[in-house]
Design a protein around this ligand. Structure first.
Ligand SMILES: [Zn+2]
Length: 380
């Protein structure tokens, strides 16, 4: 699993004068033997670099160590990642091996810092979801992230009166008042814990599970900072033992929330575009925006593939043509120019959102909010 903490740690990696090697390689669980050669092919570049007489001794030693360390890590058993990223600076005793839940392009970068944009882009697509199962006397907390559900901290138990006969001798309405009071106190304690965790940025959204008739009262106890992160609620027995059941119901909540967020982003971007604001819709304008680093956030219809062309010199992107109108060189054909666009946006620090929901983006394929107005296009 790709942890936020891991990415934060990798973001801080610095070679202090030594090169940091970042290597990304696709991992195909159906063709595991392809992975070592994908990595080895890229390491070849480093082996050539090691022969460069301009390279100083410390950098050479460090890079040699990096190659050895990655060669060793490649042989490790892996379950089902879609890609693996290695970050290494052996001269500073740094090594990270990260499995990614989404495919990324093979790429090797040597720099003083780690090359993390693909990592950040993958993380962007996931919400850290806190799942809370709550009833009038018990609350259990889980993290749902990248298809994994993990119980987080111990449960919160408070005394609850469930049946009047628990309190022999008390008049029934007194017992009920007492039960209400204890439930409220419990809900407040759960709300406080969530509030603290929200302040520590431990999660982005919350899914609340429990008995349907009890959830509304619990939600009323949540402070605004937590309430606005509630992605949805689901019905489950608060003492449910089967993690698979809890995960399945919570995932449905997250999916619905993500589809709704996609709808909102598409609507906002298309409205801004129609109003003549800083946004574009459709592949031709988005490609030009990507080539000129104008994209703030790119919305891409998931699973749409569009063959096209790319200029390896200046990053010009197009659906058709032969020569680059910017530099006049011949364009390279690519089986999917949208993928090149996504990479370009990530390289320039923009955000990318893959849209699965059924929205008007299906007609446009791509749309983007812009950081500045599109520069004039070169005449082709
Ligand atoms: Zn060009």
């Amino acid at each position: 699993m790709l942890e936020v903490e891991t990415v934060d740690r990798i973001l801080r990696v610095h070679g202090d004068g030594l090169p940091v090697l970042s290597l990304y390689a696709r991992f195909d669980p159906d063709d595991r033997r392809a992975f070592p050669s994908r990595v080895d092919e890229q390491l070849h570049e480093v082996r050539l670099l090691l022969k460069d007489p301009a390279l100083n001794r410390d950098a050479r030693l460090s890079l040699r160590g990096d190659v050895a360390r990655i060669e060793e890590a490649v042989t490790e058993e892996r379950l089902h990642p879609q890609a693996v990223a290695f970050f290494s600076c052996s001269g500073r005793d740094l090594f990270e091996d990260v499995e990614l839940p989404r495919p990324v392009h093979d790429r090797l970068v040597t720099d003083e810092t780690a090359w993390v944009r693909p990592l950040v882009a993958v993380l962007d697509e996931y919400h850290r979801c806190r799942v809370v199962l709550v009833d009038r006397g018990l609350a259990r907390f889980f993290d749902l992230y990248q298809d994994e559900l993990v119980e987080r901290g111990g449960p919160l138990r408070d005394r609850a009166l469930r049946k009047p006969d628990y309190a022999a001798g008390m008049r029934e309405h007194t017992t009920q008042n007492k039960a209400e009071l204890l439930a409220k106190r419990h809900y407040r304690a759960v709300a406080e814990r969530l509030d603290e965790e929200a302040r520590r940025h431990e999660f982005d959204i919350v899914a609340v599970g429990g008995h349907e008739h009890e959830i509304p009262e619990f939600l009323d106890h949540l402070p605004a900072a937590v309430r606005e992160r509630v992605a949805g609620t689901f019905s489950v027995h608060p003492r449910e033992d089967d993690l698979g059941t809890i995960r399945g119901r919570a995932e449905e909540v997250v999916q619905r929330y993500e589809r709704a967020e996609e709808q909102r982003l598409v609507a906002e971007t298309l409205e801004r575009c129609a109003a003549g604001g800083l946004a574009v819709a459709g592949l031709p304008d988005c490609l030009w925006a990507g080539a000129t680093a104008a994209v703030g956030q790119l919305l891409v219809q998931d699973e749409v593939v569009q063959p096209g062309l790319v200029c390896d010199t200046d990053g010009y992107l197009a659906v058709e043509g032969e020569r680059c109108p910017v530099c006049g060189r011949e364009l390279r054909r690519t089986p999917d120019v949208i993928d090149e666009l996504v990479q370009a946006v990530i390289d320039e620090g923009g955000g990318v959102e893959h849209v699965e929901a059924d929205t008007p983006l299906r007609e446009h394929v791509t749309a983007a909010s812009l950081r500045f107005p599109l520069p004039a296009r070169p005449a082709s």
